[in-house]
Design a protein around this ligand. Structure first.
Ligand SMILES: *[C@@H]1O[C@H](CO)[C@@H](O)[C@H](O)[C@H]1NC(C)=O
Ligand SMILES: *[C@@H]1O[C@H](CO)[C@@H](O)[C@H](O)[C@H]1NC(C)=O
Ligand SMILES: *[C@@H]1O[C@H](CO)[C@@H](O)[C@H](O)[C@H]1NC(C)=O
Ligand SMILES: *[C@@H]1O[C@H](CO)[C@@H](O)[C@H](O)[C@H]1NC(C)=O
Ligand SMILES: *[C@@H]1O[C@H](CO)[C@@H](O)[C@H](O)[C@H]1NC(C)=O
Length: 356
């Protein structure tokens, strides 16, 4: 009998205990509140994944999910493979991964999503006197685009999304540069090593350093000046994902999705799910149930297709109508101190990485 079907039989008879991994990002690899973090007040694992797992354990008698701390690289490796602790069964699943197209969909199995396809991508560029260096109308031909190597959307994601100002696919005639994670990509942008960064459309907002109980493992100074020094010129770019943020990414053929999906679907109908969504500020990207106030689903700017934005770039999201800043001969200067020399050669191997 395979271990997967053994697990299934055990679950049906006695209930099952599953071990789900999550990082707290203390190793600086990345930091991802409110998905997965450590509450600095209590010292405990925290985040929407853990809260939902705890809620399911309480709701479903025959299911217990233990949230355990692990490195993200144990879940998904730097060269784009299933991580070793999922591979050898130490972990039954890893939490809060986005179900992306391409490698992820091929090399892992997935539970249902806990958040809607809520992680649109966008393009972020520097502002010069309130005008973006690259306009939203740009098809990126001849531009250098920085991808955040360690994160979804993966570098091939630009091929799956369309320009939300022109509704056209992008030119394939751009140069790709890679920063292993968000801080590196932002540094490269500020140093003029690329024209724009392709990354999660909500990333800049999540990296504004105001939160109290969340340990910031990223460089807050790099992300200041949102709406004055830099802004998004593309928002709401979907299409790179199969589904939203999931509770479980597993080894292919794992019994885990089958063991948890019905409990997860039941839990997502409860008031507790709604409360967790509110606690973590995810009302607009959670799946609504009867406890959500009706008509309250207003979309955040980062979620909207760019052609629905109005105004100027000062909120951090430029509408399509804002033209590119006149080109100057001087490259935009770095505004943050301590810029790190990033060697593209050494990063080439990271190009297919895709962590979260
Ligand atoms: C738990 O019990 C429910 C209802 O009896 C059943 O449908 C489900 O398959 C069981 N889940 C597991 C993990 O055994
Ligand atoms: C899984 O791999 C880890 C890391 O190599 C190792 O420490 C652990 O003992 C392995 N577990 C099993 C069940 O093989
Ligand atoms: C995505 O997740 C939602 C919510 O859990 C579920 O209803 C839907 O069937 C999932 N879709 C796919 C393609 O997995
Ligand atoms: C790519 O872009 C560059 C710079 O805009 C241009 O010179 C070149 O002709 C373009 N190549 C193709 C194949 O479109
Ligand atoms: C941290 O834990 C405290 C005590 O339970 C709680 O009040 C607070 O909301 C938590 N903060 C975060 C960011 O989870």
């Amino acid at each position: 009998m395979s271990s997967a079907s053994f697990l299934g039989l055990l679950g049906a008879v006695h209930g099952v205990t599953l071990r789900f991994g999550m990082d707290i990002d203390s190793r600086r690899w990345l930091d991802w509140p409110p998905y997965a973090y450590k509450n600095t007040t209590t010292g405990e694992l925290a985040g929407i994944g853990k809260d939902i797992a705890d809620g399911m354990s309480a709701l479903c008698d025959n299911l217990t999910i233990e949230s355990v701390e692990t490195g993200w690289l144990n879940c998904w490796t730097s060269d784009g493979k299933l991580g070793p602790l999922l591979e050898n069964g130490t972990l039954d699943a890893c939490m809060t991964y986005s179900h992306g197209r391409g490698l992820r969909d091929t090399l892992a199995d997935w539970s249902l999503a806990i958040l809607d396809d809520n992680k649109p991508a966008g393009l972020m560029t520097l502002l010069l006197n309130g005008k973006p260096v690259v306009s939203g109308m740009d098809d990126l031909a001849g531009k250098t685009i920085i991808d955040v190597g360690g994160w979804a959307p993966t570098a091939d994601g630009l091929g799956y999304v369309t320009n939300k100002c022109t509704n056209q696919p992008y030119s394939s005639n751009y140069t790709l540069a890679v920063g292993p994670e968000n801080d590196d990509a932002m540094r490269m942008l500020r140093n003029g090593e690329g024209d724009a960064v392709f990354l999660y459309a909500d990333q800049a907002q999540l990296y504004q350093c105001a939160g109290a109980d969340v340990a910031a493992e990223w460089d807050c100074s790099l992300w200041s000046g949102f709406g004055t020094e830099y802004a998004y010129v593309q928002t709401g770019q979907k299409g790179w994902a199969v589904n939203g943020t999931t509770l479980a990414m597993t080894k292919p053929g794992s019994a885990v999705p089958g063991l948890i999906n019905s409990c997860l679907a039941s839990f997502m109908e409860t008031k507790e799910y709604y409360d967790i969504c509110v606690k973590h500020g995810f009302e607009s990207s959670c799946y609504t149930n009867s406890f959500f106030p009706s008509g309250s689903a207003s979309m955040a700017s980062y979620e909207k297709p760019t052609n629905e934005l109005t105004g100027d770039c000062s909120g951090g999201y430029c509408p399509c109508s804002v033209e590119a800043a006149p080109t100057t001969t001087t490259a935009p200067s770095a505004t943050s101190s301590g810029a790190v020399e990033v060697s593209l050669g050494s990063l080439a191997g990271l190009i297919s990485m895709s962590l979260l």
